[in-house]
Design a protein around this ligand. Structure first.
Ligand SMILES: NC(=O)c1ccc[n+]([C@@H]2O[C@H](COP(=O)([O-])OP(=O)(O)OC[C@H]3O[C@@H](n4cnc5c(N)ncnc54)[C@H](O)[C@@H]3O)[C@@H](O)[C@H]2O)c1
Length: 384
């Protein structure tokens, strides 16, 4: 079994180290910051003890996993690794520097991966001499619990690198989806309207946060409404992803960020972690009650779901991923109750299209333009 290197012992790095070690690999967890290494060690050991308490793993498994994780602040530990996953700060200039250093340390056939959420894999790989070994391996937070991993080959990635990475991550009992090196990959691109359209509906005064959340959970069947979810993710983090996707798409209006979210983030209303977001999480404060008007609820759900479906069609249209992977990614990466393309079939493609056409006509805004693939499919269906 190959040894795995994980560079960056923060939230994601320690989670990924846990997954690889539980799958039986010797893992070298490295961070420049020694205190981050100590904190990661303490947290990982606590998490493994909890798993024993809950009866999820045996004491032997706990001890073996602990033994397999080696902690260090020196990249030289990666010398014998077959794969190193970089999980450091999301800044391209820092990643460039680190990948140059990594190549000086690792073996010739070691695969070099990045867990980046928003940066281009091609750009990260551009600093490597042997750039066909670069690949994106994108885990979701928390890595040990979320089943999805997006694998992103870039223009430089060899088929061999892709095959090894795909098989390895699948052997860690993860659901693997392959996706093109495009902004937001699958999930962070296709999910944008879940937040963006909900914010827009609120800004237009159609409904408040609680009502929009109620519509999406009780009518749509989503586990969390958009505002509860944004508060959970953190408005600062979610806003930063939206902004980065918007600029990466050359300011396509479909991805335009919202002032409401920007102001919440600026005010420090990050959500659960700061005690206040769209909702107030202080002890004793009651959550606002939704207006459970079925007609308004249905209208909210329909508007958000057709926007999500349109985005899923766009990803399919531009070959970002296969139809199966686009649906799987949304179910396994963000817990959607159904894949969006399957959902579209159930709702009826002509119904989805007419709903989008109505929005496009009413607003005259590019964000509502129906995807050409959706239009083509409806035309074909009508010909049958
Ligand atoms: N947090 C998430 O929900 C999430 C989800 C998926 C992907 N990601 C991506 O994972 C990466 C890390 O995110 P995170 O949330 O774990 O960050 P984090 O801030 O929790 O951890 C980053 C760690 O990297 C270390 N570090 C910084 N520069 C370094 C260097 N030059 N060498 C070695 N270590 C260095 C820091 O000391 C820190 O411990 C980012 O690329 C992020 O986009 C994050």
């Amino acid at each position: 079994m190959i040894e795995i290197g994980v560079l960056g012992a923060g939230t994601m790095g320690s989670g990924i180290a846990q997954v690889a070690a539980q799958a039986g690999h010797v893992v070298h967890l490295v961070d420049v910051n020694e205190s981050a290494v100590h904190i990661a060690k303490r947290n990982l050991e606590a998490v493994l003890s909890k798993l024993v308490e809950k009866g999820k793993i045996s004491i032997d498994e706990q001890n073996a996993t602990i033994d397999r994780i080696k902690y260090s602040s020196d990249m030289l530990s990666f010398q014998n690794c077959g794969l190193v996953i970089e999980v450091i700060i999301e800044k391209i200039e820092v990643k460039h520097k680190v990948f140059e250093q990594l190549e000086g340390v690792v073996a010739k056939d070691c695969i070099l991966a990045s867990n980046t959420s928003s940066l281009s894999i091609a750009s990260i790989g551009s600093v490597l001499e042997k750039s066909d070994r670069i690949i994106g391996i994108h885990f979701f937070n928390p890595a040990p619990l979320m089943p999805l991993v997006e694998i992103i080959p870039s223009v430089q990635t060899s088929n061999e690198t892709l095959e090894i990475a795909k098989n390895l991550i699948a052997s860690w009992k993860k659901t693997v989806c392959i996706c093109k090196d495009t902004p937001g990959f699958i999930v962070n691109r296709v999910a944008r309207p879940f937040y963006g359209e909900a914010l827009r509906i609120y800004e237009e005064g159609i409904a408040d946060f609680a009502t929009i959340d109620w519509a999406m959970t009780s009518i749509g069947g989503f586990k969390m409404g958009p505002f509860t979810l944004m508060d959970y993710i953190g408005n600062d983090v979610n806003y930063a992803v939206t902004e980065s996707v918007f600029s990466a798409f050359y300011y396509d209006p479909r991805f335009k960020p919202s002032f409401t979210q920007k102001r919440h983030s600026e005010a420090g209303f990050y959500g659960r972690k700061s005690g206040r977001g769209y909702y107030n999480y202080a002890e004793g404060v009651e959550f606002p009650k939704p207006n459970e008007d079925k007609i308004i609820g249905q209208e909210i759900f329909e508007r958000i779901i057709v926007m999500l479906i349109n985005e899923a069609f766009d990803a399919l249209f531009l070959n970002v991923a296969s139809r199966e992977d686009i649906d799987l990614a949304m179910m396994k990466g963000v817990n959607y109750p159904k894949g969006l393309l399957q959902w579209a079939d159930e709702l009826g493609l002509d119904w989805v299209l007419s709903k989008l056409e109505n929005l496009f006509e009413e607003y005259g805004e590019d964000r509502y333009r129906p995807n050409p693939l959706l239009k083509r499919k409806v035309k074909n269906l009508k010909l049958v």
